[in-house]
Design a protein around this ligand. Structure first.
Ligand code: SAM
Length: 210
């Protein structure tokens, strides 16, 4: 069991070594009046805790560059920056998520770059700077399956070493995993997180074949 961590004020959560803000926190209430994410990026989803837990067991190199695609509030970026001193870029199509990323990064004393972009349009110059690509709950529509698969193809061609994606277990995610297993070293596993609450889902860890 993890060490009990007392939170400094009400409506702050602690999970996997980082502080998160609950919807009732005054800063979130203030942000919600001004910025309204419109593609489901309105909270930290359970899949991001799955990814944090998984990376605690199957970590990344300290100080490496990583990109979180479909970052929402950027919990995974903040975790990687805090836990592995990773140089993280948080990418989302929806500009309205970035004030939430900034507040979480500030709260945890880390720096996270951001980039407003459609992941379907990310090209080799941006991808080639990254060692890792991460995503949690980003394959939730049929229309996202092929663009995500093509993104992985471009990423490996550009020199990315590893892509890790978590999901609650949607049919679209399994379709993506099937596509990946035909081309790459693809490890799909059931996983669970225990912080801040129990959450079960799937994690796929993809690497180019040697
Ligand atoms: C279900 S939320 C998950 C957010 C975050 N990863 C998490 O687990 O808390 C999906 C996120 O993907 C973003 N998104 C959807 N389609 C995208 C695209 N084509 N390119 C980049 N981001 C996208 C949405 O704006 C949203 O923030």
């Amino acid at each position: 069991m993890p060490r009990l961590e007392r939170v400094p004020e009400a409506h702050i959560e602690y999970a996997y070594g980082i502080y998160l803000l609950e919807p009732k926190h005054r800063l979130i209430k203030a942000l919600k009046k001004r910025y309204k994410p419109s593609i489901h990026g309105h909270k930290t989803w359970g899949s991001s805790f799955l990814l944090m837990d998984y990376l605690q067991h199957h970590g990344i190199r300290r100080g490496a560059a990583g990109m979180e695609i479909g970052c929402g509030w950027g919990g995974v970026s903040v975790f990687c920056a805090s836990h592995f001193r990773a140089q993280m870029t948080a990418v989302d199509l929806d500009q309205a998520v970035f004030p939430y990323v900034d507040v979480l990064a500030e709260l945890n004393g880390v720096a996270v770059e951001h980039l407003q972009a459609d992941f379907a349009k990310l090209k080799a110059p941006e991808l080639g700077k990254q060692r890792y690509l991460f995503g949690s709950d980003i394959c939730f529509w049929d229309s996202l399956v092929k663009p995500l698969a093509r993104l992985v193809n471009r990423s490996f061609k550009a020199g990315v070493e590893r892509v890790v994606i978590t999901d609650p277990g949607r049919p679209t995610f399994y379709e993506f995993c099937d596509m990946m297993s035909k081309k790459y070293d693809t490890r799909l596993q059931e996983w669970y997180a225990i912080e801040p609450d129990r959450f079960e889902g799937e994690v796929v860890d993809i690497r180019p074949k040697k």
